[in-house]
Design a protein around this ligand. Structure first.
Ligand code: NAD
Length: 247
């Protein structure tokens, strides 16, 4: 499959973003691997290049509008066009609501929510300017549609991401741009930390009684970017091994 698209992936230095970068590069796309962690982004790029794929690393803090705008420009400078953006970088921070001071609240909202608006806004503006008909995929969470204790800010951010995929799709369809989301269950990535007891408890929340591997989410992301997925628009697809169905 030679897709030949230029796609930006935020959070591409690790976890879901890295796996999506590998799979989308393998499908023939050129990837901007964007992350706060520049070393990790470069490692993802090296692994793609070692397999004959095309990729370039970009250091970005997705919570800063001007850096996201620069990331979009970098994609066009690197690959001559822009056909897609995977707004995926994110953080978690577990804290009871009564301890969630404004700084803690904003830390997660800025990275997990505002970043997605910046990616949609600058990414779509560039695609319209270039006349490319592109796809925007946003990483939400199961906790965008149900509440987790200690995650007031994360819940709010991910619910906003679910709605941004819907309202973005509505506004951008006339420009040939699709906007969709993925809502992962618990995925075996560094964001979960290293506590084996906690991982065991989280595993039990899924039908297969195990954490989901990041490549399972990447499989769906690759599909959402493909021409086979053009009838999926505005929806957020759960990749949750049944979590939302039986909790
Ligand atoms: P991860 O920690 O492996 O990867 C997240 C990446 O985002 C890291 O490389 C990190 O450097 C980058 N990042 C963080 N803040 C950034 C910033 N301000 N600017 C640029 N890059 C930044 O975690 P992951 O599980 O792959 O997470 C990817 C996305 O999936 C996140 O949005 C997360 O909320 C979401 N998610 C994860 C899970 C899970 O269980 N792992 C579940 C639901 C949703």
């Amino acid at each position: 499959m030679a897709e030949n698209k230029a796609i930006i992936i935020t959070g591409g230095a690790s976890g879901i973003g890295r796996e999506a970068a590998y799979q989308l590069a393998e499908a023939g796309n050129a990837i901007v691997v964007a992350d706060f962690n520049e070393e990790g982004a470069k490692e993802t790029v090296s692994a793609i290049e070692a397999k004959g794929g095309k990729a370039a690393a970009f250091k970005v803090d997705v919570s800063k509008a001007e850096e996201v705008e620069a990331m979009v420009d970098f994609a066009v400078e690197s690959f001559g066009t822009l056909n897609g953006i995977f707004n995926n970088a994110g953080i978690g921070l577990v804290k009871p609501l009564l301890e969630m001071d404004p700084a803690s609240y904003h830390k997660v909202i800025d990275v997990d929510q505002h970043s997605v608006y910046y990616g949609i806004y600058y990414g779509a503006k560039k695609m319209v300017e270039l006349g490319t008909k592109g796809t925007i995929v946003n990483t939400a969470s199961i906790y965008g549609s149900m509440a987790a204790k200690g995650s007031f800010n994360y819940n709010a951010a991910k619910a906003a991401v679910v709605m941004m995929s819907k309202s973005g799709a509505l506004e951008l369809a006339e420009h040939g741009i699709r906007v969709v989301g993925v809502a992962p269950g618990f995925i075996d990535t560094p964001i979960l930390g290293n506590d084996p007891e906690m991982k065991k408890a989280l595993s039990a929340l899924h039908m297969h009684n195990q954490l989901i591997q990041p490549e399972k989410v990447a499989n769906v992301v690759k599909f959402l970017f493909s021409e086979e997925a053009t009838a999926i628009n505005g929806s957020t697809v759960a990749v949750d091994d049944g979590f939302l169905s039986f909790k």
